[in-house]
Design a protein around this ligand. Structure first.
Ligand SMILES: [Zn+2]
Length: 291
């Protein structure tokens, strides 16, 4: 079965990870701009990072038959430095026309500071001016609910925002409904220690249905496992969901969301169905989760 990992930081992964992912059915990835394992000291460092994301990493991925797309931004972790952030924001438009650049992301909040909010709003402004999709990082810390609420309030207070063009990532049980009810896409990040396990993610698919929902491994510089999207697929099958239901979450949904970008340049190896005709996995399983 084919899958897409819609949020994975391949610059932090070794080549063997591409090999394992390809063998497990990965045909495409999207890589949001993020922290690179250390705080960078200049705009020039970000220009090089954006070149790595837009030019180098797609070639590395292609050697293993994986199509690589990306997102550009200054991430929330480094956004507390307002002057550096503004320098980076001024560089982003140089890269926005490149093929496979899906939009602005992953922007959001980390510690919910005033500076992070300022830079989040300035990057939303850039996305509105340039008509880009947005990928949003919600905090991992104990302030996840508060940070998610702050982000949704900012987005919903902007009349230009079209929720179907925004992905709210790293949702968990206490934040998924806020984002889905407001019409956004959501991503569940399958980390080994924090965020969400494959089992909890399947619970949420069963509770909320598969529409506008995707999963990712976020493989990055912290404890993470690039094989967690295939692990989720196995867990979903073990819980009695059929292959088409799994395919909707791990293949069709990311492609449906990304295809809204005018720079989307992936040719899916099998067609993506009309969303109106797909299964609704909330009712597909006999092993329904508990609330
Ligand atoms: Zn990330």
């Amino acid at each position: 079965m084919y899958y897409v990992d819609p949020h994975i930081h391949m610059v932090s992964r070794i080549t063997d990870d591409y090999v394992r992912m390809a063998r497990a059915g990965c045909v495409a990835v999207s890589e949001p701009a993020f922290w690179a394992g250390f705080d960078r000291g200049s705009g020039a460092a970000f220009r090089d990072y954006f070149r790595q994301l837009c030019e180098h990493e797609p070639k590395r991925a292609a050697q293993f038959g994986i199509h690589h797309m990306c997102w550009l931004c200054i991430n929330a972790k480094e956004a507390d430095n307002v002057s550096l952030s503004r320098e980076v924001i001024s560089i982003i438009p140089e890269f926005l026309a490149q093929p496979g650049v899906l939009g602005i992301g992953e922007i959001g909040l980390n510690k919910n500071t005033r500076n992070e909010v300022t830079i989040f709003e300035e990057q939303v402004e850039l996305a509105m001016k340039t008509d880009e999709l947005i990928l949003v990082h919600t905090p991992h810390l104990q302030d996840k609910y508060k940070g998610t609420r702050m982000i949704l309030d900012i987005l919903q207070g902007d009349t230009r925002i079209k929720p179907e063009r925004i992905l709210i990532d790293h949702v968990e049980e206490h934040t998924i409904k806020l984002a889905l009810d407001a019409g956004f896409w959501v991503g569940m990040t399958l980390y080994p220690l924090t965020k969400c396990t494959p089992e909890r993610a399947v619970d949420m698919v069963e509770r909320f249905g598969a529409a506008r929902l995707m999963v990712n491994s976020a493989g990055d510089w912290g404890p993470s496992n690039p094989m967690n999207t295939p692990n989720f697929m196995r867990t979903m099958r073990d819980r009695g969901h059929d292959a088409m239901a799994v395919q909707e979450v791990v293949y069709e949904n990311p492609i449906r969301f990304f295809a809204q970008s005018r720079k989307f340049n992936f040719e899916p190896p099998i067609p993506v169905r009309d969303p109106a005709k797909t299964h609704r996995t909330a009712k597909a399983s006999g092993t329904h989760s508990t609330d």
